[in-house]
Design a protein. Structure first.
Length: 493
């Protein structure tokens, strides 16, 4: 029996290798559309690597390095978590996702980090960069120097938030190295990479990393998205004293990247007894870089097949962008992970079902502007921020109210057929809604003016709609707001 064991082991290994080869032949398109990496956090041992050394646009996973550099400065005593930073005009001008604070607003390093890591706030990344490095360029230089020291040979940084820039490049390999370095060098600050949600004033924002609160043992890290890169995720999880790091680059939705990361992690946690079957892939720092240009996934991620502008906070189902390679690979792997939540309730849940479920209940972490506060002072600060949030809304209502016709003028106009019928009839000819057409089609005489006054209020409340008719289905009262989300899909990070 002992003599047969080596032969059996070799046969099983050959079978396993053949299976992998067949899978690669059957789905070559999926491999070229994304990069995947799974490593052990403690040892750096590579458990799976697909296109892990192909250059990639990092998007907001850049903020892992921004947090690393900032927290290293805190650890080295160059500033503290309570240090007050000021929002500059440059920070305030960053594209969404952002907190949207006005220039001159002050907040602590601690609160800026929380906002950046949970909401992926691009303005907070610049606030931190300017606070630590003096400017975006100065901080980027520190980021690049740090990357070289950590062995991230495929990475270069141009800004601290990952917004589109030609020179902003990384790879799954380098992101794995960075995540390991964060856990190794800054264990006392791990808290910042797994905050489930933040509460700013009245607004609660959940972590874009869908594994937090859903996947058993998930404890980090960060998401990212721009059109050119697709949906990126660096994720970590711990189980039975073992911690794994998964990197997914180029998924086709926020849900898909979470599902892929969960699949990688689950396979890693489940293969302890089969490691002797797998060929050794070495450690993450020994993976050989590929000299190539990063793939540009803009057409796939932000093309016309999207029903809505893509963004980092994307709750779309995996199949919503059907026909893309990312969708095919995500759904194709579902049958292989039906053991995914074995031992949990309900058992045998698919990864996509788990990611679609509500996260575990968790109290949002309070964030606020101004200096560090506790007790009643903190309550007052949170209340003040809530009041600031409410301020723009009344202004908007007042501006719209100012456009409403005065009731007295309206009654005066209602007594004249020309004033009541002609102005309303014009927009109908240009395609206004049927309800408006009916109102305009019936002349209103002095006899019926009082009766028509109440019925005319809803239409009269929208003078802009009559002056500038919008296409059917749009909100005429806010024509600009309806077009803004689609204006800069590449800048959602």
């Amino acid at each position: 029996m002992h003599a047969l064991r080596p032969l059996l082991r070799k046969s099983l290994f050959n079978l396993f290798a053949a299976t992998l080869a067949c899978a690669a032949l059957l789905a070559p398109h999926a491999a070229s559309a994304e990069a995947l990496l799974l490593i052990e956090a403690d040892t750096g041992k590579v458990l799976q690597a697909d296109n892990a050394t192909i250059p990639w646009y990092p998007a907001s996973v850049t903020k892992i390095m921004t947090a690393y550099v900032t927290l290293k400065a805190v650890k080295d005593g160059r500033l503290t978590l309570d240090t007050l930073l000021t929002v500059s005009p440059t920070a305030a001008s960053q594209s969404p996702s952002k907190m949207g604070f006005r220039p001159g607003t002050q907040l602590t390093v601690d609160n800026a980090l929380k906002m950046m890591m949970v909401k992926s706030a691009n303005d907070m990344a610049v606030v931190l960069a300017e606070g630590v490095g003096g400017s975006i360029d100065g901080f980027s230089a520190i980021m690049n120097d740090t990357a070289q020291k950590l062995g991230m040979t495929q990475t270069s940084y141009v800004n601290p938030n990952g917004l589109p820039a030609d020179g902003q490049i990384t790879s799954a390999r380098d992101l794995g190295i960075l995540a390991r370095s964060f856990l190794r060098d800054l264990p006392e600050y791990e808290y910042y990479v797994h905050i489930p949600a933040i509460r700013f004033g009245k607004r609660v924002t959940g972590n874009f990393n869908k594994l937090i609160g859903r996947y058993p043992g998930a404890d980090g890290f960060k998401t990212g998205f721009i059109c050119a890169s697709g949906y990126n995720l660096v994720a970590s999880a711990s189980r039975n004293g073992r911690r794994l790091i998964a990197v997914v680059l180029g998924a086709n939705s926020g849900t898909a990247r979470a599902v892929k990361a969960a699949q990688l992690l689950e396979r890693g946690f489940s293969q302890d007894n089969l490691t002797w079957l797998r060929p050794s892939l070495g450690t993450v720092d020994k993976l050989v870089p590929v000299d190539a240009s990063p793939p540009n996934l803009r057409d796939d991620m932000c093309g016309g097949h999207r029903k809505r502008p893509a963004s980092d906070d994307d709750d779309a189902l995996i199949a919503s962008a059907g026909g893309t390679s990312g969708s095919a690979s995500a759904t194709g792997g579902e049958a292989q992970v039906t053991f995914f939540t074995a031992g949990l309730q309900p058992p045998l849940m698919k990864a996509s079902e788990l990611m679609a479920s509500p996260p575990a209940a968790a109290e949002p972490v309070l964030v606020y502007t101004g200096p560090t506060r506790t007790g009643t002072a903190l309550i007052a600060a949170v209340a003040a921020d809530a009041d600031q949030q409410a301020t723009p809304k009344p202004r908007g209502k007042k501006s719209r109210a100012a456009k409403k016709p005065d009731p007295a003028d309206k009654l005066k106009d209602a007594g004249t057929k020309t004033a009541a019928a002609k102005p309303d009839a014009k927009p109908d000819a240009k395609g206004d809604t049927k309800s408006d057409t009916k109102t305009a089609a019936k002349p209103v005489g002095p006899k019926h003016a009082a009766a028509k006054h109440a019925a005319a209020k809803p239409d009269a409340a929208k003078p802009d709609a009559a002056a500038k008719p919008a296409p059917s289905g749009e909100q005429a009262a806010k024509p600009k707001a309806a077009t803004k989300p689609a204006a800069k899909p590449a800048n959602n990070s």
